[in-house]
Design a binder for this molecule. Sequence first.
Ligand SMILES: [Cu+2]
Length: 199
Amino acid sequence: MIAVILFSALIVTESASRSEVPVEILLLDAHGRPRAEALIVLDDGELHPAPAEARFEIEQRGLAFRPSLAAVQVGAEVFFPNRDPFAHHIYSFSPGMRFELPLHRSGERPSHRFSQPGVAVIGCNIHDRMQATLVVAPGPWFGFTDADGRLRLQVPPGRYRVLGFSSEEAALKPLGDGIAKPEAPSSWVFSTEGLKEAP
Ligand SMILES: [Cu+2]
């Protein structure tokens, strides 16, 4: 939920650009049913870093990361407040995404800036069962599908690779391409085939 809120805030900023056009993506599963709460990322092949003040938060509370799946724009600073009464020690060994936030006590709020796109599987060195996944998108065009399997975005005209997050593989998998045309709203339909269902 927090991820969606941040995303909306970024879009408001980006919408200042007059050249953006509305795109609606519909994601269906292998049986043609709408797929809700799927993370979709659009990639035009270039990096579009977030403004330096872009912030996001993944809290540690009740021996869990919240949210456990989140997405941010590349360049965003992610804070990890510890709201448990004991210490945590955060790390990721994911290729290209390695980082570590050593032992931090209750009430501390360490952060890390993610300057490369990719998928970071995040754990705690002390509590094995704590796990989160952070998807760092190459630009501001990403979000979760709603209950009807739809995601609406404002994007500059152009060609995009459409990627869906597979929780089973902890990776972004290509769903196909879409072209946003300047003269009219674009509507793209993709299937999750190839995307594994969440466990
Ligand atoms: Cu911990």
